[in-house]
Design a protein around this ligand. Structure first.
Ligand code: BGC
Length: 441
């Protein structure tokens, strides 16, 4: 009985109906137009100064992928028509518990962060070789050209001091110089969504949408005629900031506790950085109200759950536990909440919580894709490829399924024209393609 009541309460708060999907897609479409025309709204619609590639781009490039969790540097060889080879590469966490350094905290400065990036480049680049560099920087930036991008604000809870409001390419170029690196030439700076779209468009002319469903969330698309410029280009929507949505009490609580309350409201409902935290807030609330893990000392239990953290990987594992007695969830409750008396009902509640959160994320994201498709090809006259990268899309099969189903339900028989494609290495390959497109500039 308890399970069915909880299921009802949660689905009332987290379900998204087909009608709501259509409404959200319309609101998203409207917000896109507002952003394109420089009117007030939640979508910034940032110009990238990138057209689609010719697919003939070739050569060896150095790439930086800076997304907020890891720093990845790669040597990438483009072979043309979608083919590439990854050469030497390195990947280091920005918050490194082992070495005790955290370049994402406010105690770290722009000089520390870009000095660190320059040092990693020195590790990888051969000293006497000349490199053109493509830089994927996965945050909202105001670009005035392919190689100048001012950070508007940190997202994904990053706090490094002195970077907001600065031109990222200037910070990088100064750090390269200060570290005596004179053979690396930064040529372009792009968002990771743009990298994903460039990578897909390197293979197919039908790729017009690039999206990231990972720690953060965002989408870009190819705009043939931006109203404020007469050059066709990819537009970085910064869709994570979309806010014409219905928030429940957990969304509001999470938002209030976040680094930037009121901002990135869609991202806080769909981004991997936040899904686990939503589950934790629900569990805490349920324990407090005697709905979950009842056989315990409530005060102690609350303390434990308050201080633990839950990741999106945990949420995915909880959701996909198909064992008869939900043993994986039992182990999770045991190890994370130090609670060994969980009943099957407790575990079922956790599973439905994870599922509803993942399903809602997929449906909200699909709604935004529908809004974009309405903008670029309302009658779906041509094939449209939505290229997607990121850990949520890549690692959670049900998340992929829910996105597809939402598109199918909304588009009916036209749904066959819309291909959703998983793109691997989008940030690295995309940065190399962008560098190739602008190497002589
Ligand atoms: C950033 C976007 C980025 C996305 C995915 C968001 O937090 O604002 O620029 O594309 O994360 O990494």
């Amino acid at each position: 009985m308890r399970f069915y009541n909880v299921q009802k309460v949660l689905s009332d708060q987290f379900s998204v109906t087909n009608l709501q999907i259509l409404n959200i897609s319309k609101l998203f479409y409207k917000a896109m137009l507002q952003g394109l025309n420089d009117e007030f709204g939640s979508l910034k619609m940032l110009p990238s100064y990138m057209n689609k590639p010719t697919r003939q781009e070739k050569g060896e490039y150095l790439t930086i992928d800076f997304g907020g969790t890891n720093l990845r540097i790669e040597v990438m060889e483009l072979l043309g028509n979608g083919a590439y080879k990854i050469g030497k590469s390195l990947s280091i966490p920005l918050d490194n518990r082992k070495s005790g350094s955290n370049f994402t905290s406010e105690r770290s400065t722009a000089t520390d962060l870009f000095g660190f990036i320059a040092c990693q480049i020195r590790e990888l680049a051969e000293p006497h070789k000349k490199y053109f560099l493509g830089h994927t920087f996965s945050f909202p930036t105001k670009q005035t050209g392919p190689n100048s991008a001012t950070l508007l604000k940190w997202t994904k809870e990053l706090k490094t001091s002195g970077v907001e409001g600065q031109d990222i390419n200037v910070l990088l170029s100064e750090a390269l110089k200060a570290n005596g690196i004179h053979n690396v030439f930064p040529k372009v700076i792009i968002n990771d969504t743009v990298g994903t779209l460039l990578t897909a468009a390197y293979k197919s002319p039908h790729a017009n949408i690039g999206s990231i469903c990972g720690t953060g969330h965002n989408t870009c698309y190819f705009e043939p005629s931006p109203p404020t410029s007469n050059t066709p280009m990819i537009i970085n929507i910064e869709s994570g900031n979309f806010n014409k949505l219905q928030f429940n009490k957990y969304d509001d609580l999470l938002d209030r506790k976040s680094e930037k309350p009121g901002e990135q409201r869609l991202e806080k409902m769909v981004g991997g950085k936040y899904l686990g935290e939503l589950v934790r807030l629900i569990v805490l609330d349920f324990v407090d109200n005697g709905i979950l893990l009842c056989k315990c000392n409530k005060k102690l239990q609350k303390e434990i759950i308050t201080s633990c953290s839950i990741t999106s990987k945990d949420v995915a594992e909880i959701q996909s536990d198909n064992t008869f007695q939900l043993e994986i969830i039992n182990y999770f409750i045991n190890s994370r909440f130090h609670y060994s008396d969980s009943l099957l009902e407790d575990r079922k509640i956790l599973k439905i919580t994870a599922d509803l959160i993942i399903k809602r994320a997929a449906k909200l994201i699909a709604s935004t894709y529908l809004g974009i498709l309405d903008k670029i090809d309302p009658n779906l006259k041509s094939k449209q490829i939505i290229s997607l990268d990121g850990s949520l899309y890549g690692n959670i099969p049900l998340f992929q399924k829910y996105i597809r189903k939402s598109l199918d339900d909304a588009l009916g028989e036209k749904s066959g024209s819309v291909i959703v494609e998983l793109i691997k290495d989008g940030s690295g390959v995309g940065a190399a393609i962008a560098a190739a497109m602008f190497k002589y500039l």
